[in-house]
Ligand binder design. Structure first.
Ligand code: NAP
Length: 391
């Protein structure tokens, strides 16, 4: 019986994780869960999975939750400290890291330092602090098991192979809802258009990132840290059917691909049970007949500059990726709130990156400083943008 903690239990990945846990009650036990504001769902999860400890965003929400779950005896904490307590629960062997954004960094790093294996969904953590996190993973001897479907695919294709036999990895991307839109129409993209992802159902932030292709850019940076490859050995190909989740090319020209239906239960179950495999009999099989036409395209960096900006941040090294990420998080929130246009996201990120004084990213303090600076600058740009829009 493996004891696990989950941060982000009420999110898309968190809910999928709990569904896998519920299907294998003899294998997994949830000891702690952290969420943000969705108390109704969290209260249901507490009744169902009976964790010892939970955490929510604020003290007010913690009090509200206590009223909702009475008479159950559960310790309820809040904020960053609460998420860290959940992530480092003494009984947990593994943490499912499924918060969204850089806020997942402190609890994920704390869990690594407490010796927990990490089922790793929260990609922004590696984008912001790849050097700090991977150093801690080596130092504390824990496993970082990718849940992101592309990295999970690469992990499966690469496993057991000597690093010198890997020529490059090829991350696949669906291309998002605007793959076939002409550049002239990008100015009219609405939030509703952008939330309409063609192949995956996910949280709002990653769905917008998929529409701008920033998600693929973040994944390139994530892949660099997970697999230790330089940017020139990490390629992206648009594959609208999302059947091949990613590929690895070996030095002899063999290309190994991982294929599956688009269901996050597969990579989540892989990471939870590793190195075992779970029978996910409830899922429909992949029908090769139904997906007989697999196609591949070059990403268009002029319509989707976010992917280019992510490569640039990775090549620049240091705190540039933390800058890119923080700017993106703020601007995506601004777009979702109707404060800026879709096309403003890459435009503002590029402006913020061009003003950033890049520096080494060896400590948490290095990246936290950059994160704060880039967020402030993004808010300033959005303020100016809103004022212009109103004028
Ligand atoms: N969704 C996917 O299929 C998928 C695939 C690959 C990778 N990922 C990555 O996995 C991560 C999670 O994605 P997601 O789609 O599951 O996101 P999501 O549905 O938006 O869920 C985010 C989770 O974080 C919690 N949260 C947000 N703000 C918080 C705060 N201030 N304090 C505490 N908790 C907070 C949310 O809680 P409340 O809802 O309770 O507020 C929720 O549990 C992201 O990094 C994403 O890039 C996701």
């Amino acid at each position: 019986m493996k004891a696990i903690s989950i941060i982000g239990s009420t999110g898309s990945v968190g809910v999928t994780t709990l569904d896998v846990v519920a299907r294998f009650p003899d294998r997994f036990r949830v000891v702690a869960m952290a969420a943000g504001r969705n108390l109704e769902l969290l209260a249901d999860q507490i009744r169902r999975f009976r964790p010892q400890l939970v955490s929510v965003e604020t003290p007010e929400l913690a009090r509200d939750l206590a009223d909702r779950i009475r008479p159950l005896e559960v310790t309820i904490l809040h904020g960053n400290e609460g998420a860290i307590a959940v992530a480092t629960h003494p009984e947990a062997k593994l943490l499912m890291s499924a918060l969204v954004g850089a806020l997942g960094l402190p609890p994920t790093l704390a869990a690594i330092k407490a010796g927990k294996d990490i089922a790793f969904a929260n990609k922004e953590v590696l984008v912001v602090a790849g050097e700090v996190v991977t150093r801690a993973v080596r130092e504390y001897g824990v496993r970082l098991l990718p849940v992101d479907s592309e990295h999970n695919a690469v992990f499966q294709c690469i496993e057991g192979r000597p690093p010198e036999t890997v020529k490059r990895i090829i991350l696949t991307a669906s291309g998002g809802p605007f793959r076939q839109w002409p550049a002239e129409r990008f100015g009219e993209i609405t939030v509703k258009d952008a939330l309409n992802h063609p192949t995956w159902r996910m949280g709002n932030k990653i769905t917008i990132d998929s529409a701008t292709l920033m998600n693929k850019g973040l994944e390139v940076i994530e892949a660099h840290w997970l697999f230790g490859l330089p940017p020139e050995k990490i390629d992206v190909v648009i594959h609208p059917q999302s059947v091949i989740h990613s590929m690895v090319e070996l030095i002899d020209g063999s290309v190994i691909a991982e294929m599956a239906i688009t269901d996050m239960a597969i990579p989540a179950a892989f990471a939870l049970a590793y190195p075992d495999r779970l029978p996910l009999d409830h899922l429909p099989p992949l029908s090769l007949i139904d997906c007989a036409n697999l196609s591949f395209e070059q990403p268009d960096l002029s319509r989707f500059p976010c992917l280019r900006l992510a490569y640039e941040a990775l090549r620049a090294g240091g705190t540039m990726a933390a800058c890119l990420n923080a700017a993106n998080e703020e601007l995506v929130a601004g777009f979702l709130a109707g404060r800026i246009r879709f096309v403003d996201i890459p435009k503002h990120i590029e402006a913020i990156m061009s003003h950033h004084h890049n520096a080494p990213a060896r400590t948490l303090e290095d990246v936290i400083g950059t994160d704060g600076w880039a967020r402030a600058m993004a808010r300033e740009l959005m303020g100016a943008g809103s004022a212009e829009a109103q004028a």
